[in-house]
Design a protein. Structure first.
Length: 402
């Protein structure tokens, strides 16, 4: 077998393989034996008919195709073994020549596990500063302190979940539960991201663009209104013309913050509910900070390291992300695409850069784990692999922040 191995960009190789016709005999013999049991030729027991009669019965194309199906994987994997390659996906094969009385010639392109040249990660340093003194060039902040305002905001949200809503025939005021239709236009052109139907909100929470909710005060059910606001965009500020219809105005009666209310959320006193909310906020902040810290460390290591991320791994990560989005959205998936004015192919292109970064981070972590002696070949389950990733990140954080 002759093998020519050509390195291509993005950790891909092209194998040009040629096998002498004499070495193909065993594959055609195996094809004959397999097919001889699949045909019924008068005068012969199953599997005993002469080769020429079997070929005549099944056709030369099927005979060659069966031999190819047997020969190709065996020859390809032998070539990979001879060249000491580590493929990470199925090859793309181009058959140039194949027949019983001629040499077998084909090309195979395949992605390999990339060569990784790690930067000096052991000397990585990240300065941590309190959020109050965070400077312009400091990307990370420590702020796990829970404020009274943050707790009150969560409690208010919980009370609204259990509130009693009563429709009223008056103008909307702050604290009311309202529903509106609205659409926004720029220079006469409607914007998809500036329109909605039956949009619910608590007036005064300022969840929409600045100034928008102020225009809704005193509007009654059924009333319509037009106004314009300056809205920030990627191009700076632009004037947006809004049309709004008030569909519902409801008075909100909040439940008392007492023992009965606390019991709805699994706590037998208000103090314990407040304490649990505070702890939950603290954990969330710590998790956010940890994620920021991990990202910053991997960004810096990535900048100092060299590797070409294989296209197949990027495509796999893109597909995983899109599948996750489809599962989360369920029946409204197609509506989401239509509203965004995008095809799945458009979405794949958008997701690809972030997917490439995630794959790169994963490969770097694996190489660092190997360098630290944490990588175990016996780690097969997802739980075992996640444990190794956490141990590796823990060590990186310890080195970067000490």
């Amino acid at each position: 077998m002759k093998i020519k191995c050509e390195k291509l960009p993005k950790s891909k190789v092209k194998l040009e393989i040629e096998v002498l016709k004499e070495d193909l005999t065993k594959y055609f013999d195996e094809a004959y034996k397999k097919l001889s049991h699949q045909v019924n030729i008068k005068g012969f027991r199953e599997g005993k008919a002469p080769k020429l009669m079997v070929i005549e019965s099944v056709g030369l194309n099927r005979y060659n195709s069966t031999a190819l199906d047997i020969a190709l994987p065996q020859i390809y994997y032998q070539a990979v073994k001879d060249e000491k390659l580590v493929p990470i996906c199925q090859p793309q094969v181009n058959i140039k020549q194949f027949g019983e009385n001629e040499n077998f010639i084909f090309d195979a392109e395949v992605d390999l596990m990339p060569e990784i040249k790690l930067g000096e990660y052991k000397k990585l340093k990240i300065t941590l500063v309190p959020s109050s003194s965070r400077g312009k060039n400091q990307k990370l902040k420590i702020n796990s302190e829970v404020t009274k305002e943050e707790i009150e905001k969560i409690i208010k949200r919980l009370r609204y979940q259990s509130a009693k809503f009563t429709g009223v025939d008056r103008g909307a005021k702050e604290g009311d539960n309202i529903e509106i239709d609205f659409d926004g236009s720029v220079k006469g052109v409607k914007r998809d991201n500036l329109q909605s139907k039956n949009y619910p909100l608590i007036l005064g929470e300022k969840v929409l663009v600045p100034g928008f909710e102020d225009e809704l005060v005193d509007m009654k059910k059924g009333e319509e209104k037009e106004f314009n606001l300056e809205v920030k965009s990627s191009a700076g500020k632009e004037k947006v013309d809004f049309k709004v219809k008030m569909n519902a105005v409801r008075d909100v009666e909040l439940p008392e913050l007492d023992e009965n209310f606390s019991k709805k959320f699994g706590h037998d006193s208000v103090d314990k509910l407040i304490s649990a909310i505070g702890e939950s906020i603290k954990v969330e902040k710590e998790q956010t900070y940890r994620a920021q810290l991990e990202h910053e460390i991997l960004e810096q290591i990535s900048e100092k390291s060299k590797l070409d991320v294989p296209e197949s791994l990027i495509e796999q990560e893109v597909s995983r992300k899109i599948t996750q989005m489809q599962q989360q959205m369920g029946a409204v998936w197609q509506q989401y695409l239509d509203k965004m004015g995008k095809t799945i192919e458009d979405l794949r292109k958008e997701i690809a850069p972030g997917a490439e970064k995630q794959v790169k981070f994963g490969l770097l972590l694996g190489e660092i784990a190997r360098d630290m002696g944490l990588l175990k070949e016996s780690a097969k389950t997802q739980q075992e692999q996640e444990k190794i990733v956490k141990e590796t990140m823990d060590k990186l954080i310890e080195m970067a922040t000490k």
